[in-house]
Design a binder for this molecule. Structure first.
Ligand code: SAH
Ligand code: SF4
Ligand code: F3S
Length: 446
């Protein structure tokens, strides 16, 4: 008797690193249930789309893609929608997309294999309960990236920024136990990985009941064999000196912080319910820079939030200039159903052309600041970790500790390898680098 062929599952991931990490967990639990990972949707027995709800545009992409995926479906293919949009829309998704039989929110992945079996028997199911104990502790993730490991340390969010859908889609904040995070870090090191990225929506508010984020950085950062530790995204209000000291003192913690500012105007920040002022943000950056020499900073900025005036936007531009961000993700405000920002008076909404114009001016300001700083780095030497083949050309993509992208010649580099390079050129945002051989100490003439 020939054994039954293993089934295959394909996952397409949208949104943030938390979703990437969740997809790795889903593929892990599916592997344990007898599925092989498929690289492409055609021919897969199960197709999952792990979705993002952060902006309307993100959802529209998924709706379009769900329609396209129909063409890859065989007679028995199961299509499921998971993640934040699944949580947000729930049964509405089943009604609007007849070829979808599963809608599963971020806390429902434990039941994935059974839910797929049910779908095969014809059931169409929504699973969107939050489970405040759920960290998928017993899952073994099947990682996409072999060089750096995404390690979730916190799920959900207890902030209530007025524009943001995440508290609705991911539920209340909860932290994993420190010992479990350390165990996962030891596991990735034993698999040959040397960089870990700790994940949480406000990752530095981490608290497992006994340990805070400073304890976590010290414990994870000193796992033998781990060379680089990063985290994303921290909230400016959760950087007590204890945490900054741990960042400065643990050698593996990299000199880069992605610190979302959102706006440089205190009035806008107040309406966003970010819980800090312009000065509070500047002070946080000053404390980080004072403790960590050579710190690189990146950020997120939203333009066109309801009520944002030209003067408010000028405050954002001046903060971007003053902070010297190395890069910024820039977003046009997108109204999300059910969030407090949608209840602000219509007269306050910023016309799309105005928001678009501000976005362009913001992009120009960010680019010119980054270009100046990057030009000044030409000739400097940096240690890079080689990540993967570059999208174009005969080069490998590598990163410095301060998160600069460096292209190095393919023949000198393998993924996972550390090289010392000289930064020889820059586009303004990314670099090219030439490996340098550190001069071996000459034997003393005797
Ligand atoms: N938890 C993270 C951010 C998660 S969302 C934090 O608080 O820093 C990633 C980014 O998307 C946010 O920083 C914000 O800049 C942007 N964003 C979130 N909601 C948005 C909305 N409704 N419209 C436009 N941008 C939004
Ligand atoms: Fe959203 Fe604010 Fe929570 Fe970040 S901190 S996920 S922006 S509510
Ligand atoms: Fe998107 Fe959900 Fe992440 S809304 S940004 S995938 S937490």
């Amino acid at each position: 008797m020939t054994p039954e062929p293993r089934r295959t599952a394909y996952i397409e991931t949208y949104g943030c690193q938390m979703n990437v990490s969740d997809s790795e967990l889903m593929l892990g639990t599916l592997a344990a249930a007898g599925y092989d990972a498929a690289e492409r949707p055609d021919g897969a027995d199960v197709i999952l789309v792990n979705t993002c709800a952060i902006r309307e545009h993100a959802e529209q992409r998924v709706i379009g893609r769900l329609g396209e995926l129909k063409r890859y479906m065989g007679r028995d293919t199961i299509v499921g929608v998971t993640g934040c949009m699944a949580q947000r829309l729930g049964p509405r998704l089943l009604e609007s997309a007849r070829h979808v039989s599963l809608v599963i929110g971020p806390d429902g992945y434990r039941a994935l294999p059974e839910l797929i079996d049910g779908a095969r028997r014809g059931q169409r199911v929504t699973a969107t309960e939050f489970d405040l104990e759920e960290h998928y502790e017993d899952f073994t993730p099947r990682r996409f990236d072999r060089v750096k490991a995404w390690i979730p340390v916190q799920r959900g969010c207890d902030y209530r920024c007025t524009y943001c859908i995440v508290p609705t889609t991911r539920g209340p904040e909860r932290s994993r136990r420190l010992a479990d995070v350390v165990r996962e870090t030891e596991a990735i090191v034993s698999e040959g990985m040397t960089e870990a990225v700790l994940l949480g929506q406000t990752v530095n508010s981490y608290h497992d009941g006994a340990h805070d984020f400073a304890d976590l950085l010290r414990a994870v950062g000193t796992v033998p064999g781990l060379r680089r530790l990063r985290f994303t995204s921290p909230h400016p209000n959760d950087f007590p000196d204890r945490v900054i000291r741990a960042m400065a003192e643990v050698p593996s913690v990299c000199e880069h912080v992605h610190l979302p500012m959102q706006s440089g105007s205190t009035a806008v920040l107040r309406r966003m319910l970010r819980r800090y002022t312009r000065e509070g943000f500047l002070d946080c950056v000053a404390r980080l820079r004072a403790a960590i020499p050579g710190l690189a900073l990146t950020t997120d900025v939203i333009v066109g939030f309801p009520g944002e005036t030209e003067a408010d936007f000028a405050d954002t531009l001046s903060a971007v200039e003053a902070e010297g961000f190395d890069d910024a993700f820039r977003f046009k405000f997108s109204a999300r159903e059910g969030t407090p920002a949608t209840r602000m008076p219509a007269s306050e909404s910023v016309p799309d052309e105005v928001a678009g114009d501000r976005l362009e001016r913001l992009i120009a300001t960010v680019r010119s600041g980054a270009r100046g700083r990057n030009m000044a780095l030409l000739g400097a030497r940096r240690e890079v970790l080689v990540e993967r083949e570059a999208r174009r050309g005969e080069a490998m993509m590598a990163r410095t500790r301060d998160f600069k992208t460096v292209l190095v010649p393919a023949k000198t580099a393998r993924p996972g390898e550390y090289l010392l390079v000289e930064l020889t050129g820059t586009t303004g945002s990314t670099f090219t680098g030439a490996p340098v051989r550190e001069r071996a100490a000459l034997p003393l003439a005797g």
